[in-house]
Write a protein that binds this ligand. Structure first.
Ligand code: IPE
Ligand code: IPE
Ligand code: MG
Length: 254
């Protein structure tokens, strides 16, 4: 018999992929796909507010995405600026905290300033957190974490002999406060993680949707949550350990 936890996910992280193909199939420029992708992101942020989810992470721009044509990168930065301007009000009204993971200091100054301002304005909100992965790469994150950890050792804030995962992982961009994602969701039918949250996803469930991101919507998102609820997470243990079978005597009493 298959046991599923039936538990609601606390943190879903999404690789929003397929904007370019969505546009190409319609004979439109790639940027039009990104524009529609912003609408999908908005819809999913709202859908998440109707669930028990506490953390939603959206992968918006990778460290590798700088290699795209300059026009596309510039357009993505413009769209991001526009998205954040509109979302700011929503975050404030709904008391959602904004966090960013990635080297945001290397983004254009106006985007960097805007993000820092919203992070500051929403920093005291406790219920829900929207995390945007921007100029993010998992390998860059590990290198930054090693540097940060070593600096802390030099300054006497960390003790190398006491280094465990808890001590090291607080130097990752996700810090001590963002839990590992329960579910990683990638759209557009690609079955790869593309340098996204490689350490934090050690025990995440993974859901690949064939839908291109601009077509992704509330229903697709709820389907992914249903998929998650049917998984049995074992973390290295046996199925019986994580979900003990009901003893026969107990069964006959019910
Ligand atoms: C995802 O869509 C958006 C970003 C990576 C910024 P893509 O632009 O990667 O779309 P495809 O994969 O080319 O279809
Ligand atoms: C991953 O998508 C990055 C984001 C969704 C922001 P890519 O489209 O860049 O990934 P690859 O290149 O297909 O692996
Ligand atoms: Mg892609």
């Amino acid at each position: 018999m298959k046991h599923s936890s039936g538990q609601e996910p606390r943190h879903i992280a999404i690789i929003m992929d397929g904007n370019g193909r969505w546009a190409r199939r319609r004979g439109l420029p790639r940027i039009e796909g990104h524009r529609r992708g912003i609408e999908a992101a908005r819809q999913v942020v709202r859908a998440a507010g109707d669930t028990e989810l506490r953390y939603l992470t959206l992968f918006a721009f990778s460290v590798e995405n700088w290699q795209r044509p300059r026009d596309e990168v510039n357009a993505l930065m413009d769209l991001l600026h526009h998205f954040l301007r509109e979302e700011r009000r929503y975050l404030l009204e709904n008391r959602i905290r904004l966090r960013c993971i990635g080297r945001i200091e290397d983004l254009p100054e106006r985007v960097n300033t805007q993000i820092r301002d919203i992070i500051e304005e929403t920093s005291t909100f406790e219920g829900r957190t929207l995390v945007i992965a921007l100029n993010y790469g998992a390998r860059t994150e590990v290198l930054d974490a090693v540097r940060s950890y070593c600096r802390a050792v030099t300054e006497g804030e960390e003790d190398l002999d006491q280094c465990g995962w808890e001590q090291f992982s607080r130097h990752l961009y996700t810090g001590a406060d963002i839990p590992d994602p329960d579910l990683i969701l990638r759209t557009s039918g690609e079955s790869r993680l593309s340098n996204f949250l490689l350490l934090q996803s050690a025990y995440s469930e993974i859901y690949f949707s064939p839908v291109l991101w601009p077509d992704f919507n509330r229903e697709e998102f709820m389907q992914a949550i249903q998929y998650y609820k049917q998984r049995e997470r074992r973390f290295g243990k046996t199925g019986d350990q994580v979900c003990p079978a009901v003893p026969e005597t107990a069964q006959s009493l019910t």
